[in-house]
Write a protein that binds this ligand. Structure first.
Ligand code: GLN
Length: 480
């Protein structure tokens, strides 16, 4: 069910919240042995909230009675939040993240917390300390990362929608690999307060849904200034769902050719080029353009992301948060080193080493500072593109889902999954992945729609028009 469908049934009393929530809990119970999308299932909490809403009988709130889940980096008061790391295995936050406060106020029902790569570092979900999530279209394949749990649970209908995070592609790439809609908002559109950070100048929070309209509905609830996060400006929040039903006539979509080059598989390229034809038929003007700096996005992104990660991870010292070693220790340094060696996985250790190196005296100018300069130029490249275009169209991922284990021995091959998504985070603009086709072996392909800063309306508008003209979003995996 979509949000809109469920709301109608709840408001007309065709269905009670308890019935709806029970149906979802049952589906989770049946599918979880196959998918492993959930880390924590908040059954009692969900049923209590459902009963409370049924008793009140008031469905005035925008998401009243809608079952949903949160990626396990969003802090939930009294509910375990792990970031899929051993170091936070038993961490129970004393407060709610702002995004969860807002969804709670809109009367959502939380079904549980879903799987991610450890501290959201990864593109396949295999970096989770609690076992990888499986792709519902083929369980031998990865669901993408890091929001693999949110994406798999949405398309397998183990939830109506989910909230993920995107630092370099973590909402869009799994949405693409699982065939759902994934919206990465403009930096600062949604408060990050209470969400466990990866790289603070790149992190964003957004919805994963079955349709573009659902993404618009959720965004209107979670977006906007928050006192707790000074990077959220007072840009007004429109009713995003109201901006969808317009013609594409007179709109210009740009095709940056660099996004179709090296490493993009022919089937992916074809699906997205076909998608562009659909937009043309709907009346959009198509304009080719060049964005030469995109080819530097992987080194630029990884130096910045890992540098920021290395400082953010310094708080996990075996004292203030999470796991502390049981081994004998001689001095304080020893406690830090042993607790971290035991608590962090390989990719997180790699981030600490690479980031610390890039920030150290003598290397700072050559790596971190240089990356920061490239980032500034990349931002200008996007600003220039949006002087003539309303939105840009590219593939989301260069390839469809890959096999579990296939890229784990080669971090560079794994990083290449982010070639087409990371520059958007570096520039701070917004983008959305929408279902746009399937490969010969039945794996989903996503199309990325990129918009200017605070241009979510434009992205949703193009995405909605495309969705109405195609059938890809209606396809569901067979899960028996
Ligand atoms: N795969 C990328 C990384 O590991 C992006 C992850 C993300 O967006 N959180 O950095």
């Amino acid at each position: 069910m979509t949000i809109q469908e469920a709301l109608e049934k709840l408001r007309s009393k065709e269905l009670s919240v308890t019935e709806l929530v029970q149906a979802y809990l049952k589906r989770i119970e049946t599918l979880e042995p196959k998918l492993n999308a959930y880390l924590t299932i908040t059954k009692d909490f969900a049923l209590e909230k459902a009963r409370e809403l049924d008793k009140k009988g008031d469905f005035g709130a925008p998401l009243a009675g809608i079952p949903m889940n949160l990626k396990d980096v969003v802090c939930t008061q009294g509910i375990r939040t792990t970031a899929c790391s051993k170091i936070l295995e038993n961490f129970v936050p004393p407060y709610d993240a702002v995004v969860w406060q807002r969804l709670k106020k809109a009367d959502c029902v939380l079904l549980g917390k879903t799987g991610t790569d450890e501290f959201t570092m990864g593109s396949s979900n295999e970096n989770s300390a609690f076992g990888p999530v499986r792709n519902p279209w083929n369980r031998e394949y990865v669901p993408g990362g890091s929001s693999g749990g949110p994406a798999a649970s949405v398309i397998a209908d183990e939830t109506i929608f989910s909230i993920g995070t995107d630092t370099g592609g973590s909402i869009r790439q799994p949405a693409s690999l699982c065939s759902c809609v994934g919206l990465k908002v403009t930096y600062g559109r949604v408060s990050r307060w209470g969400v466990i950070p990866y790289a603070s100048s790149l992190d964003t929070i957004g919805p994963l849904t079955k349709t573009v309209e659902d993404a618009a509905i959720v965004l209107s609830v979670i977006a906007g200034q928050s006192e707790e996060d000074s990077t959220t400006p007072a840009v007004p929040v429109p009713d995003y769902a109201k901006c969808l039903r317009k013609s594409l006539k007179g709109k210009t979509v740009g095709i940056p050719e660099e996004f179709f080059k090296k490493g993009v598989e022919p089937e992916t390229e074809k699906a997205v080029r076909d998608g562009i034809e659909v937009l043309k038929k709907l009346g959009a003007k198509v304009e080719k353009l060049s964005m030469p700096l995109v080819k530097y996005s992987i080194p630029t992104y990884y130096f910045i992301a890992k540098s920021e990660a290395s400082t953010n991870l310094a708080r996990y010292d075996g004292i203030r948060f999470g796991h502390a070693t049981d081994k004998p220790i001689e001095e304080l340094e020893d406690l830090y080193a042993k607790s971290r060696a035991e608590g962090f996985g390989e990719e997180v250790k790699r981030a600490i080493m690479l980031g610390t190196y890039a920030l150290s005296a003598g290397y700072y100018d050559a790596y971190y500072l240089k990356a920061a300069k490239v980032r500034a130029l990349m931002k200008q490249e996007y600003e220039k593109a949006f002087q003539t275009c309303d939105a840009l169209i590219t593939p989301t991922s260069p390839f469809p889902a890959f096999g579990i284990g296939e890229k784990m021995d080669d971090p560079i091959a794994m990083y290449s999954a982010d070639t087409l998504t990371t520059s958007i985070n570096l520039a701070g603009v917004c983008a959305m992945s929408v279902p746009a086709g399937f490969s010969k072996n039945g794996l989903p392909i996503g199309m990325q729609i990129i918009g200017p800063q605070f241009g979510e309306e434009k992205v949703l508008h193009v995405g909605y028009a495309f969705e109405q003209a195609t059938e890809w979003h209606k396809k569901r995996p067979k899960l028996n």
